[in-house]
Design a binder for this molecule. Sequence first.
Ligand code: M6R
Length: 355
Amino acid sequence: QKGGFKHFMLKEISEEDEALANTIYAHIFNDKINMDIDEELLKKTDKITIVACGTSYYAGLTSKYFFEELLSIPVNVEIASEFRYLKPIFTQNSIFIAISQSGETADTKESLNLAKSFGVKTISIVNVQESTIARLSDYVLYTLAGPEISVASTKAFVCQLAMLYLFALKIAQLKGIEIKPYLNELMSLPSILKTEFSRLNTEVEKIAKKYANVKNFMYLGRGLSYPLALEGALKLKEISYIHAEGYPAGELKHGPIALIDENTPTFVIAPNFEPLYSKTISNANEVKARNGKIILLSDKFSNIADDFVQVPNTSYFFSAFVNIVPLQLFAYHIANILGNDVDQPRNLAKSVTVE
Ligand code: M6R
């Protein structure tokens, strides 16, 4: 059942290449993106509101950078439990997107109902077929991650991100924007993940052994690596029960740097993309000056790193797909070393159907 893996979580991380390929190729034919959504609606979209919880929220937040770069339309990403009690501001041609692996999350469902009550067209990105959120929305885009058993969401995250990128590319295509280079890079990702999984797994396990007794971690990133820092910290908290903070790297000096000492290591997620790379490394230097250890995730080495995970080279906007893997693996290995119930961590449920 676990395919030779000790836990579903590791099995599910190892399946990310296949999940991604299934999700992407279901929508691409002859370099065109097919989605069963009214094209007139997509062409005139002038605002996108994305609502979700937890890891699904971080997938939404990561995609915002790509949407806005590609389409130059505002994208608001909101936490469902907050959004549902707001007075939302929709434009005439707004689209609302709910993201949910389970399709049953109570706050996400109520946010969808709120958007519908304003007459906004709704799209859901869900993994579980025929789930409540899928049934309630005007259009459904299914991620084809397959069943995700482990409470910690992993392969669903990469599929959600891929679906959001595909959706952005679909709108771009309708607007006559050249999408071929982006599409090619998206299609190259499954084989990159397939090739790199076991190397990353071995390297990250070694690093996890070094840090298994640490009580506090910091995660830093800029641009779209910022939501990844939040997701890395969430993964570690939920399965290893270790305190972790995710921050935009530039915010460090506005408070959280006070937490740094020799016992608080920092994950630095720094894709080789200027000026973000140099700025992030300079933040890592500030950590180093306070005796903090640096675990660097990047496609470019820096001697600031105490531990370095070389991630495969991609362009900046696609770096999230490769950087997420070592973050998930690190949380997994720490929790496993600590002897925790990795797939069913304390106090958590796979699907949160109460508010
Ligand atoms: O099923 P959903 O995607 O709506 O679930 C949302 C969150 O409850 C979920 O992502 C949660 O944060 C996971 N345990 C994260 O690993």
